[in-house]
Ligand binder design. Sequence first.
Ligand code: AR6
Length: 185
Amino acid sequence: MRVTIDQTDLELVQGDITHQTTDAIVNAANSSLLGGGGVDGAIHRAGGPSILAECQRIGGCPTGKACITGAGYLAARYVIHAVGPLYHGDGDREQVAALLSSAYHHSLVLAAQHGVRSIAFPSISTGAYGYPVNAAAEVALTTVIAYMRQHTDIELVRFVLFDAGTFAVYRQVLERLMATDAPPQ
Ligand code: AR6
């Protein structure tokens, strides 16, 4: 699925983010930046040891922020390591939503600072970190759309959703947001 937001493209695809040829791909990292499972493990496996070496030099990244490295053997130029929140349940819903939104926003700002024109995101926090996909998709898409409405430096934002269920939820949420979302006056 592809929609246009103020001359920039927002795409949803099902697939593996390590195969993307966008200028940057985003990793769903943890604050140690020392690797892990899920998409983090896949990126470090496919990209090779230079990414971990750079992460070690950076020394960590707080939740809600992002850090950038080269992409090793991957086709992308950069890997942006975004640290989403761990979801503990519905008690601190607003706080986790703000942290998740911040992880996406910082990734986009960092990408633009490095001249990135196209970027691919995974569904941050909805795997090991347990964030419900529907709520996370709403935060992710709302944050990215708000950025795209205010900036045209990044021409393509692609969400690469690993499984059919996650892809379907993102598509439903995007369809709803596009139906109800009027451009700013
Ligand atoms: N391409 C795209 N998406 C993927 C891929 C892939 N190759 N592999 C998995 N996903 P997760 P989190 C999806 O757990 O919830 C790590 O250990 C996956 O199906 O990777 O933010 C880190 O080191 C899910 O939809 O990230 C952290 O400790 C989404 O990516 C922790 O997990 C996110 O799942 C971060 O947890």
